[in-house]
Design a protein around this ligand. Structure first.
Ligand SMILES: Cc1cc2nc3c(=O)[nH]c(=O)nc-3n(C[C@H](O)[C@H](O)[C@H](O)COP(=O)(O)OP(=O)(O)OC[C@H]3O[C@@H](n4cnc5c(N)ncnc54)[C@H](O)[C@@H]3O)c2cc1C
Length: 416
């Protein structure tokens, strides 16, 4: 039976970053990935600028587009566009990003087995025995970085306080002139679907277009997606300046290359992210932003924190992995819990927030700074200044309003 210090289940961003950081320190690490890379993964692959500060090597080679502009609509109306001199988001494709990150981990010394699913494990006082589709392996610690399927987290009973989210996304081809015209612009429709939104992320040669929100509203998600696509095709992409270039209507049609749904698990309360010799990171831990669905940043951050906790434990600087749960709760969960509260406020007064980002320089700047990692969700309440004492009661009130809005939408769907 092969032995290593740490086994990692899953080679997405959380697993790769954990493997990279461990291997760099000379710790023996084996990563099992059920797929064979490069593999398609349904994801917008929009990387907020703040993520570049967290990845300890340059990833420019795999970025396809750089986003400076956002176009917003609310219910496909009241459309406005805002520009930021510094880039806010970079778009790529997950097959490129994930293969690149995992190759970096391999270069650093991690052993990677593709096409190998982790199926189960048992913990004892000496270590962990990990069952895979290709046999039994032993390690001292195990990191579950196996995404929303979360085999490791489920077996370790670490899946409490998770609110299921869902997203539908398609890769869409259209006329190259349309793709080029929108190559620096992310389009968002918000305030239409309670607790969710629709997005267009421009890639080098196509668009990734999707909608997402709470899973209990899933019945209305595909109808929303179809409305969204219709709006894009017949309104947003049907600009007079594009018509003037001589594009034929037929070439401007949106051709769906793939359309898939995938869960987005959202941890809504501080919880345990370890059990004896097991840690969970990224989507397996439900570490996604409840407001935006962003998960790659949190996958990278939690992967790195998991590596740090494993390293301290293996060097006997810590007697348990409790420091990992504490670090995740004190950093990532603080931020994500605040994002959840802001989501309630947004759900309650979407039109006001739409107007605030449109009309106020301060509103747009704050939006950009959060994406760039120059401000945090935790700063939003502080921005109320002397009215800050109202923040907690406002969030509590908004939570109830938001709950009623979602329940009503679940029952009745879109008005009319
Ligand atoms: C439609 C959609 C759009 C999204 N858009 C964005 C976006 O634009 N920006 C953003 O930041 N986030 C986005 N997200 C969220 C983002 O995709 C996830 O948060 C992110 O992928 C989490 O990374 P991870 O490493 O934890 O898990 P994953 O990326 O899911 O990686 C898990 C890996 O583990 C492997 N695996 C699974 N089970 C096993 C097993 N038993 N054994 C071995 N290997 C296993 C899988 O093959 C996979 O490679 C989106 C999500 C969805 C559904």
């Amino acid at each position: 039976m092969t032995h290593s210090d740490v086994i990692i289940a899953g080679g997405g961003p959380s697993g790769s970053l954990a493997a990279y950081e461990l291997a760099r320190q000379g710790i023996s690490v084996t990563l099992f990935e059920k797929a064979i890379f490069p593999r398609y993964k349904v994801c917008g692959a929009g990387l907020t600028h703040k993520i570049l500060k967290e990845i300890p090597f340059n990833i420019e080679a795999i970025l396809e587009t750089e986003i400076h502009t956002f176009t917003f609509s609310s219910g496909f109306k009241e459309v406005f566009t805002r520009y930021n001199a510094d880039p806010l988001i970079y778009c790529t494709m997950r097959e490129k990003l994930d293969a690149f990150l995992l190759a970096k981990a391999e270069e650093a010394g991690a052993k990677v087995f593709f096409g190998t699913r982790v199926t189960d494990f048992t913990q004892n006082k000496d270590g962990v025995e990990v069952n895979t589709a290709n046999g039994l392996f032993r390690s001292r610690l195990l990191i579950g970085a196996d995404g929303a399927s979360a085999t490791v987290a489920r077996r370790a009973d670490l899946r409490d306080n998770i609110m299921p989210g869902l997203a539908w996304e398609a890769e869409i081809q259209t006329d190259p002139l349309v793709v080029k015209a929108f190559s620096q612009t992310v389009f968002l429709d918000w305030g239409t679907f309670p607790g969710g939104y629709g997005w267009v992320f421009p890639k080098k040669e196509h668009f990734s277009i999707g909608v997402g929100g709470p899973a209990h509203l899933s019945r209305w998600m595909l109808p929303y997606y179809r409305q969204f696509l219709g709006y894009l095709e017949f309104h947003l992409f049907d600009r007079p300046d594009l018509q003037a270039t001589g594009i034929q209507r037929e070439e401007q049609r949106l051709k769906t290359l793939s359309l898939k749904a995938w869960p987005i698990p959202v941890r809504i309360k501080k919880s345990r992210f370890h059990d004896r010799r097991v840690l969970i990171a990224g989507d397996a831990g439900g570490l996604t932003d409840p407001l935006t669905g962003e998960g790659i940043y949190y996958a990278v951050r939690s992967g790195k924190l998991a590596a740090e906790a494993c390293s301290c434990y293996l060097q006997a600087k810590q007697q348990s992995l409790q420091s990992y749960s504490d670090a995740v709760n004190d950093t990532l969960m603080n931020e994500l819990s605040e994002a959840n509260r802001i989501k309630y406020i947004f759900n309650t007064v979407p039109a006001k927030i739409h107007g605030f980002v449109r009309d106020s320089e301060r509103g747009w700047r704050a939006f950009g700074k959060v994406l760039r990692g120059e401000r945090w969700y935790g700063d939003v309440g502080k921005g109320l200044g002397t009215w800050r004492f109202l923040w907690n009661p406002l969030c509590t009130l908004a939570r109830f309003v938001s709950w009623f809005k979602e329940r009503s939408f679940q029952k009745h769907g879109f008005p009319g």
